[in-house]
Design a protein. Structure first.
Length: 358
């Protein structure tokens, strides 16, 4: 049995809005699982149901062998970290961190020892006598994290904890969160819409959309082998290039031909013996599109994005707009003509009707 499991969990509000639509998820002990998706996809509602801050209107939530579906937050043994720090302004940093321990009735000496240990690990010792209003945003979030960690809960639940920080603070806090989670081995559910955060932190990513789970997998699986068109377009910056066409397959392989006829490629099918002829979409990441004088795809450069270490070159072709990742030192003149090839080993084919990966 999984350490944390969601079984057909639903959340429907009194006005009829269904925020979460019968999801199943199994999390193993010690995993860091990231819920990733656009605003309104149900990821924060899912986290709040695990915490007990929202009650599920259907299904069951089990934690460490217990059915916690109807339990109050205080009965679930979870530690919450929010986007907005929610620190007590009248308490010092020391008292903020130690608050859940005092509420649990620990002896004063034990509270002090555990606060000191966490503060030393997170480089907060110099801040212990200060009040929240005296702290920068990054330090306030570190204190919020320390308050969750000091309890040693069964699960850490983190809701966009880095959303208000600048880029340097975000990077430092990501490193701190991952290091602390690995050191403690505490199962962690982390909500974000930031793909870089998800990729750098997660053991597994849960991609959500419209209250449903679209894919669960390692960062590499979600990026390289997206389950459907939504995941392919949402994950990655930019998302996959898409080329419409038709596909016919047999014997575990498929021949894709684009609508304009510029692209003809044979690819293996994932776990499918064959596929009937029909509409399909080819998907490929920008780093697997290459300029080649003998390439079959002709196009014209319409814009460039300079990224420092690379360039995203946007090309208008007969088969549609294609983005190519190019060397930063090799700019392409606007309006110049290029020919492109696609790496056949990195192509995904999606069914035209179901949008699922073939």
């Amino acid at each position: 049995m999984s350490f944390l499991s969601l079984e057909r969990v639903e959340k429907t509000y009194p006005d009829g809005t269904r925020a979460v639509n019968g999801i199943d998820l199994a999390v193993e002990q010690g995993e860091l699982v990231v819920l990733l998706g656009p605003s309104g996809c149900g990821k924060t509602t899912t986290l709040r149901m695990i915490a007990g801050l929202e009650l599920a209107t259907g299904g069951a939530i089990r934690l460490a062998g217990r059915d916690v579906t109807g339990l109050r937050p205080s009965q679930r043994d979870v530690g919450m970290v929010f986007q907005f720090y929610a620190l007590y302004p009248h308490l010092t940093v020391r008292d903020n961190i130690g608050f859940p321990l005092r509420a649990a009735g620990l002896a004063r000496a034990d509270v002090r020892a555990r606060v000191d240990a966490v503060a030393a690990r997170m480089d907060l010792e110099r801040l212990l006598p200060l009040y929240p209003k005296q702290l920068a945003g990054g330090d306030q979030q570190k204190v919020s994290l320390a308050r969750a960690i000091v309890r040693r809960p069964a699960v850490y639940l983190m809701d966009e904890p880095l959303g208000t920080l600048d880029s340097d603070q975000r990077l430092a806090m990501r490193e701190l969160i991952r290091a602390e989670q690995l050191a403690s081995g505490v199962t962690t559910i982390y909500v974000t819409h930031d793909q870089e955060e998800a990729m750098s932190l997660a053991d597994r990513i849960v991609v959500m959309e419209g209250g449903r789970i679209r894919q669960v997998g390692t960062p590499a699986e979600v990026y390289d082998r997206p389950s459907d068109l939504f995941v392919a377009s949402f994950v990655g910056s930019p998302g996959m290039n898409f080329i419409p066409g038709e596909v016919a397959g047999s014997g575990g392989r498929a021949l894709f031909v684009s609508q304009a006829g510029q692209v003809r490629v044979e690819v293996p099918l994932d776990g499918t013996a064959g596929v009937s002829s029909g509409q399909a979409t080819l998907g490929i990441r920008c780093e697997h599109v290459h300029a080649d004088a003998g390439g079959s795809i002709r196009g014209r450069v319409v814009t460039e994005e300079y990224l420092g270490s690379a360039r995203n070159v946007h090309i208008e072709a007969v088969c549609g707009r294609i983005v190519m990742r190019a060397d930063a030192a090799a700019p392409y003149a606007l309006g110049s003509e290029v020919r492109l090839n696609l790496d056949p080993s990195q192509i995904s084919i999606f069914d035209g009707a179901t949008e699922a990966r073939l």
